[in-house]
Design a binder for this molecule. Structure first.
Ligand SMILES: C[S@@+](CC[C@H](N)C(=O)[O-])C[C@H]1O[C@@H](n2cnc3c(N)ncnc32)[C@H](O)[C@@H]1O
Length: 293
């Protein structure tokens, strides 16, 4: 029997982020940035990457934070972005090539739960919403801890519960009711797998981190401006768990579903008289910092 670790263990996530979500995220980059950038900026401020540091960006996706980390680390620093998704990494590489002042960046298509990333290779491990998808989170965070030099810091941002995130949950829950989808277990890999604060702290401690600090970061996202509410609902459906079922519907039924869900979004409209004024939707994340022993 071989004792070589498999290159990718999160194969369902690999399939999802390569074949389904990756191409959507690349195509809808402006939209996803509006949703995640305010949280990423807060996490970057907390991480305070310094010139000369070696930084790992986990689940770097289309590379927005990798580029920001590289600017901060400067020519004397080094940034590695890792992700499962080939289309998102291709976009990330293009972004870095197009952006002046970004040096010393490398992208690797690996599974961060098991990839050989170290040992002791980084001063900072950072992630914007890229660490909630490990099938074995203790193993995943343990692998990230081994990649850090002793005393190195882990800083990431992850979502709080669906209830605290109406910007995602209003459409997802409504669609789940329409299509009879059951909610996944709260600890299943996915956007909300680290929402339970005490579980999150337990995972990080079991993975060998110390000085674990979890701080709420809550704000109101202004989304969907300049488009009819139904179009915004459509975008959310395309990113959500009911995507396949919605896509299989006739155009008339799709319109009906969008209308049903638009009613749920009504309370969040900025201006009841103007369908394109946009929505104000609460969003809540945890900003997490910890140190490697
Ligand atoms: C919600 S997206 C966030 C992307 C990016 N950090 C951002 O904020 O735009 C999650 C990212 O994590 C990546 N990912 C999920 N599981 C992973 C794993 N085990 N190893 C590496 N990347 C992973 C996905 O491919 C995806 O790009």
């Amino acid at each position: 029997m071989s004792d070589t670790k498999p290159a990718i263990v999160n194969t369902q996530q690999e399939q999802f982020w390569n074949d389904v979500a990756g191409p959507l995220w690349v195509a809808a980059e402006d939209q996803t940035e509006r949703q995640t950038a305010p949280f990423g900026e807060a996490a970057l401020a907390r991480a305070a990457p310094a010139p000369g540091e070696a930084v790992l960006d986990v689940g770097c996706g289309c590379g927005a934070t990798t580029a920001a980390l590289a600017v901060a680390a400067g020519v004397a620093g080094r940034v590695v972005g890792v992700d499962l998704s080939a289309p998102m990494l291709a976009r990330a590489a293009q972004r870095v090539a197009d952006q002046p002042g970004v040096a010393q960046v490398e992208f690797r298509r690996v599974d961060a739960q098991v990839a050989d990333l170290g040992p002791d290779a980084f001063d900072l491990v950072f992630s914007r919403f890229g660490v909630m998808f490990f099938a074995d989170p203790v193993a995943g965070f343990g692998n990230l801890r081994r990649a850090l030099a002793p005393g190195g810091r882990l800083v990431f941002v992850c979502w709080q519960t669906p209830t605290a995130n109406p910007w995602m949950a209003v459409v997802n829950r409504g669609a789940a009711e329409i299509y009879g989808l059951e909610a996944p277990p709260h600890d299943a890999p996915g956007p909300f797998s680290l929402a339970d604060r005490s579980r999150l702290e337990r995972i990080l401690k079991a993975a060998g981190f110390v000085e674990v600090e979890v701080a709420p970061h809550e704000l109101v996202l202004h989304l969907g401006a300049g488009q009819p509410v139904g179009d915004w609902v459509h975008e959310r459906l395309m990113m959500g768990p009911a995507r396949t079922m919605y896509l299989e519907e006739s155009p008339d039924r799709q319109r009906e579903v969008r209308d049903l869900l638009s009613v749920r979004v009504d309370p969040f409209r900025i201006d009841a008289a103007d369908l394109t004024a946009g929505l104000e939707l609460p969003a809540a994340a945890w900003i997490v910092e910890a140190r490697a022993r």
